[in-house]
Design a protein around this ligand. Structure first.
Ligand SMILES: Nc1ncnc2c1ncn2[C@@H]1O[C@H](COP(=O)(O)OP(=O)(O)OP(=O)(O)O)[C@@H](O)[C@H]1O
Ligand SMILES: [Mg+2]
Length: 296
């Protein structure tokens, strides 16, 4: 189906629309265009950006919710400022399916509760293999979309769409993916991600000391705090909301941890992520918490 025709169809019966397709398929462009058209027509709309690698709303490693109250919310600068966040702490879904699915479902529910009639859900490009199928199945199960838009290139979406058709009442629409020559190179994708992290941490960050008892999961006894250096953490308010992300810094002299973040208030607990970065957003490597803690 033609994109404009599909936009009209979706705007005619607004609901939760989940976009599925591999990387560079045109998901985000479609999502923002649809949200823009809804906003122009006065349909209360929101974007839920569940692409934790190539984020549009909120920093990488998070799911972001953006309410589309006016056209000014959808400019490239304002779009990146989330109205609510869900922490995942990783740049790809492997090993983080539960966190990603929960955060996505939670923010969709938040948008619906706020009265948004159209909720557009952008997703990661992981659509193939057992992991891609399980991830999309769980996302569909937890989010109960009314419509699924598939951005098809070859046959890569067949298994996921088969699952969607067999296990969900959502209407499935197919469009042709964006031309491959428009695809970003891996270096450009990394550059974009670093830029998004760097932009997030460029807004007046401060440093403050954190107690080693505030983490989820809890640090094992006698854990060397230095091993948390550079780790991304999700800052939670104790009511189930992520208020921002931070980077941990280890002070070797005093053997204490500090956190660097643009958010400084309303934090009750810190969720440990699985990626280390510096303030310029450059990745310093990925970890698994099980390896870090040497536990099951
Ligand atoms: N309908 C279209 N026709 C032509 N080019 C398009 C179309 N939609 C998107 N593009 C281009 O294709 C590229 C990828 O688009 P977009 O970022 O929307 O895809 P995506 O699926 O969100 O990718 P990502 O995996 O990076 O999240 C961009 O350069 C965009 O300008
Ligand atoms: Mg995208």
């Amino acid at each position: 189906m033609d994109r404009n025709e599909l936009h009209e169809r979706l705007l005619g019966a607004p609901g939760t629309v989940m976009l599925l397709g591999s990387i560079d398929a045109g998901k985000t462009t479609f999502a923002v265009d649809l949200a823009r058209k809804a906003t122009e027509r006065g349909i209360p709309a929101a974007l839920v950006d569940a692409d934790i690698g190539q984020s549009t709303v909120g920093p990488p490693g998070t799911v972001g919710l953006k309410f589309c109250s006016g056209m000014e919310d959808l400019g490239p600068e304002t779009l990146s400022e989330a109205d609510a966040l869900g922490f995942v702490g990783a740049l790809s879904p492997k090993g983080h399916v539960t966190a990603l699915v929960n955060a996505t479902a939670k923010l969709i529910a938040r948008a619906r509760e706020a009265g948004c009639r159209l909720v557009v859900v952008d997703t990661t490009g992981l659509v193939t293999g057992t992991l891609g199928q399980l991830l999309k199945f769980y996302k569909i199960e937890a989010s109960a979309p009314d419509a699924i838009v598939a951005f098809k290139r070859g046959g890569e979406l067949e298994p996921v769409l088969g699952i969607a058709q067999r296990f969900s009442p959502a209407e499935v629409y197919e469009v042709t993916a964006a031309p491959e020559e428009d695809a970003l190179s891996p270096v450009e994708r990394v550059g974009n991600r670093e830029g998004r992290f760097a932009a997030y941490f460029s807004h007046g960050t401060s440093r403050w000391r954190v107690k080693p008892t505030v983490f989820m999961p809890t640090l094992p006894p006698d854990f060397e705090l230095g091993r948390l250096e550079g780790l991304v953490v999700g800052m939670e308010d104790g009511k189930g909301n992520c208020v921002g992300i931070g980077i941990l810094e280890h002070d070797e002299g005093e053997d204490i941890l500090r956190m660097i973040s643009p958010v400084s208030e309303g934090v009750r607990g810190l969720r440990l992520g699985s990626v280390r970065i510096d303030l310029e957003g450059r990745s310093k490597g990925q970890i698994t918490l099980r390896d870090l803690f040497q536990s099951e």
